[in-house]
Design a protein around this ligand. Sequence first.
Ligand code: PLP
Length: 441
Amino acid sequence: MVQWYSNAHDFSTAQSGAGNVYNVNLMPKRIQRHVTPEDKLMPVSRRAFVAGLAATPLLTSVPAAAQAATPAISADRFDPWLEIDSAALRKNVAVVSGLANKRPILAVIKNNAYGLGLTTVASVLDPMPQIKGFAVVKAEAAIALRDAGIRKPVLLMGLFSDRDGEELLRRDVQLSICTDDSASRIVRAAKKAEQPAAAHIYLDTGMSRMGIPYFRALPALRELRGLEIKIEGTFTGFTEASDFDREQLRRFIEITDAARASGVELGSLHAASSHAVFNYADSHLDQVRPGIALFGAYPSDFESERSIATLTPAMRLKARVVRVEQLRAGDSVSYGRNYIAEKSTWIATIPVGHTDGMPRQAVNGAHVVVNGTPYPVIGAVSASHTIIEVGDEPSVNIGDVATLLGPDHPAIHPNQLAASTGTSVYDALMHLNPTLPKVLV
Ligand SMILES: Cc1ncc(COP(=O)(O)O)c(C=O)c1O
């Protein structure tokens, strides 16, 4: 099965100015609607990329605006695209579920599902019984999930404006009690929206990033007893420094035990992101909350974590070779002339650059696979181009598919790309340009 997705579909957005400004209030009204169970699930568009593939039932609905934005994608496309491997996503869910001893998974799909496409990923995970729901950090992502017909619980782990709070409750999004005034914001929003409110309590046990500090949380938790907010869960986030994670868990258990002893309803307790799913079984609690592992990348220690369980990268960053040329000894490559040919050699240009998500540091040792062979990146990665050294023979041709990231060769595994470029694997995925067209295979 192959489905094409547009950029806008994956992050129902409005853009303005130089940067990407995602503003729910700028969305076309058509997008800001309730999704009811009766809504039909419809594809944005679909195209047989590989001749002979049969059409199969479609998984997701998409806004009309996204359909209009769908680029023309053809089987001989040179420009980059992102293939999302639904079987790999499902396999990773099964692996995480096994590691967590079948506890429910609250799938973190923030930041455009780590670059893979918010609604593309959600459409694959939503029907899976292991997936209890989804967590995001931005209001517009939560709304985009509902617009795409995602039915499972959606948790917004961030703070929300009054206006967004009301809209989010109308769309049955669970909110976070993450500041001293969050509960009153939720009550206000529920009144305005004339909707019941559900929320998770976010406790800060040492990350000092978001949440109510654990050491002064008890009075605030007690105040929740009289409010019309259904508490579905209570959570914290680890620093992923192993000794301190244990202390954080101790703090979390202490405060949640004390709150429950005071009659405070806390719902399901959760703390474990991918690192803790792999490395800290005691923290799995009632449910786990991983992100990156679902997409097939190891969260911290590639070597040790892959000996615990095998994940499969669920993305392929691809494009077609646009130029093949022979360098003479002394010829240079790209800006800054970082590469000077010592002898005659063949090079090829791939139309994927750092604006697409290929790290600039790829020249430090990354590879691109063409026809099954990994070739080193040379020169400098520019905004829209990456150059590879092919060797003594012109063994690649214009139009050959180049894969820059994916499961098909160890040299382009996301953790390997991160390692060989000295970047974080989170950056390697989350910096994939959200406008890359997606194809779900
Ligand atoms: C609060 C919270 N929980 C869970 C996650 C998932 O983390 P990971 O992708 O490492 O599994 C994140 C992501 O950073 C997060 O911010």
